[in-house]
Design a protein around this ligand. Structure first.
Ligand code: 0PR
Length: 380
């Protein structure tokens, strides 16, 4: 479609945008059961608007926004017990994981680098390994789909530059035994990165949650994404390093900008979502997050119990807010649900249906989903 010669008036442009937006699904309709993103907090939306033109790629021009990033990171560090942590709000979990493995690789300085990834690691690591030319080595899982520490130990060799553990795997929401991985990392003096893109803003608000953060001495970096359970606007990922020494390994000089160096991969970078992240942290506080997280987990329980009582098999007992189940033909069931307007995921690796219970889902949505599900013929 060629660009027209004359511009159109604002009213016409906006009217068309409104019409086109109708084609998109809305989180608030409760039909999106396959997303790790959610409707942003109302204050986050306003904050995003307020900082629309702010670019942290040239942070010297936006010292106010930079302050918001520092404060948001310091709040995340507080939740993750990182007393001397340093980090950034980035474009998402992919960039966060990329920076972690870049730091690990540059710290190790090994000519044929390898990273040990659980079979359940997110696919962002495939991109990263290809980009950084790191060989991925797969560690196997236990019966609860958590990485098996013995397998990790077995995979370590002198080329290993990092071990990755996940807190909230993308497919099942499983939580790897980070304490065991930390012991291994310390024993072999290898970098341990924790991908808590999802779980990093869940576990800190639960009673008796296992430690997965900087309290464990082997943990060198953590991914935790505000645009997932943090109710921030997209794009807002988070990367935290144990201390600022790690930053030296991911530094790029930017000689003619207002700041001499950049640490993130993305250059021009949204200040709006940083402001949105800050706004959510201020608005909710620990209490607000605890409420939101517990509501999602209660709904996860209701949903998984109802599915079981209807004869579906759970792949595993949900550790966080993801329910994975099987029917006699899970792939067809996902299609049949899609035809009825429900968006759930089909996970080929596990041949199962996946539902992520994000904050935009309410009891009434889950009830409507279960009703429609029960009307789908048995053969699925
Ligand atoms: N690490 C984990 C554990 C993840 O689950 C994800 C994304 C990432 C890293 C990468 O994060 P970014 O996508 O922010 O770079 N997990 C979701 C998934 O793959 C992403 C997603 C979000 C998918 C919204 C669908 C959707 O509608 O399932």
């Amino acid at each position: 479609m060629a660009m027209q010669t004359k511009g159109r008036n604002r009213k016409a442009v906006l009217a068309e945008l409104r019409k086109i937006r109708e084609q998109d699904l809305k989180y608030r309709d409760g039909r999106i059961l396959c997303s790790m993103c959610t409707e942003p907090h109302p204050t986050a939306k306003i904050a995003h608007q307020m900082f629309l033109s702010s670019n942290l790629g040239d942070a010297g021009l936006f010292p106010g926004t930079l302050r918001l990033e520092k404060e948001a990171i310091s709040k995340l560090a507080g939740l993750l017990h990182g007393e001397s942590s340093a980090g950034f709000i980035v474009s998402g979990g992919t960039e966060a994981n990329l920076l972690a493995l870049l730091a690990a690789r540059n710290t190790a300085d090994v000519s044929s680098p390898e990273v040990i990834l659980p079979q359940s690691a997110h696919f962002s690591f495939s991109k990263i390994c290809s980009l950084l030319r790191i060989k991925p080595v797969q560690a196997s899982l236990d019966s609860a789909f958590r990485v098996d520490p013995a397998s990790v130990r077995h995979c370590i060799n002198r080329n290993t530059i990092a071990v990755v553990g996940t807190v909230g795997t993308a497919e099942l929401g499983a939580v790897d035994p980070i304490d065991k991985l930390s012991d291994i990392a310390l024993e072999y003096e290898v970098y341990l990165h924790v991908d808590a893109a999802l779980g990093g803003l869940i576990l800190p608000f639960l009673k008796n949650a296992p430690a997965f953060d900087f309290r464990l001495k082997g943990v060198k970096s953590i991914t935790v994404d505000p645009h997932k359970m943090g109710l921030a606007t997209v794009p807002a990922g988070g990367i935290l390093f144990r201390d600022s020494a790690c930053l030296e390994h991911i530094k790029t000089e930017t000689p003619y900008l207002t700041e001499d160096v950049q640490y993130t991969f993305v250059g021009t970078k949204s200040g709006a979502s940083v402001a949105a992240t800050w706004a959510v942290f201020e608005s909710l506080g620990r209490e607000g997050f605890t409420k939101t997280v517990n509501r999602c987990l209660r709904l996860t329980k209701t949903l998984s119990a109802s599915l079981e009582s209807r004869g579906f098999n759970l792949v595993t007992k949900p550790a966080l807010n993801i329910v994975a189940f099987r029917s006699s033909n899970s792939k067809l069931l996902v299609k049949a649900l899609r035809q009825r307007g429900w968006f759930v995921s089909y996970v080929p690796r596990l041949d199962c249906v996946r539902i992520i219970v994000m904050p935009h889902l309410r009891k009434r949505h889950v009830a409507a989903f279960l009703k429609d599900l029960s009307e789908i013929p048995e053969r699925f």
